[in-house]
Design a protein around this ligand. Sequence first.
Ligand SMILES: [Zn+2]
Ligand SMILES: [Zn+2]
Length: 305
Amino acid sequence: MVDKPETKDNEVYNSDKSLKLFQKRKDILARKDLLPLELLDLAEFAFNNQLKTYEVADSVLSDEVDLTPLNEVMSGKPLLARALFSYDLEESLNLFDTLLKYLKKSAGNLNVSAEIIESEILKDSELPGDSFQKYLEGDDHFFRTFGEKTPDSPRTLNFLTQTSITPAIVKSAEKIHLALPQDHTWTFGHCPLCGSLPFISSLQGKEGARHLHCSFCHTDFRFLRMVCPFCQEKKEACFEYFTVKEHPGFRVDVCKTCNMYIKTADFRQMDKKILPVMDDLESLTLDILARNEGYNRPTLSAWGF
Ligand SMILES: [Zn+2]
Ligand SMILES: [Zn+2]
């Protein structure tokens, strides 16, 4: 008998292979000239440091944390609402600082925004911690208002906050993941663990099982194939998808009932592995196309912009 592990590791953050995979895909992407190199370098620096933070972050969720009973989770309540998460604050603040220093040295608008954020922190040293709290609460108004101070790149504080806190959130989520039924197909589109919406989806395995990837705790959960994750519409006539030849392996699923879209990575016919944060970055231009068609995305990207 093998003992059941007490936590379920997040494969993206826990794998030595993830950074190599990220770098390999980044190099291919850089040659395609679809995204600015500075953006790709920033993403690589951020992801590399996220993996390091993940390694050292403590799972600070108490064993006594009050989880929602399973029968209520099955009918749509999150196991632990995101606002109730505890996480390794110290390591998240360290990563925030590391990323802010990198941005200060970067070219373009980002260094200007980074200088402004740094001067705001000198006036109010609680700003990073407060931003984490606002992010837990899903308070986008706070970030939009702050963004007026950095008009050249209004989502800079989002990027810093979301990127810094995510490894510690993932570590906390792992601790309670096994309280959920494993290999279950969920019938609602929000994350059964924390209640947040997915930022991307993927088709996996021979059958093309549809998986959604949570924008907050990065849980990967299986979902019904022909249902809108955002409004639960089931009528096939209400769904469409489009693809573009510059992005093989990606499609944009749109719902004509709620006007939302989600990008889907389907690499089953390709020599390519799913890496949701990279999949989202690589397909950024599809977001522009979807918005031009009048569809909305209910979450920010995996990078907070
Ligand atoms: Zn989640
Ligand atoms: Zn819908």
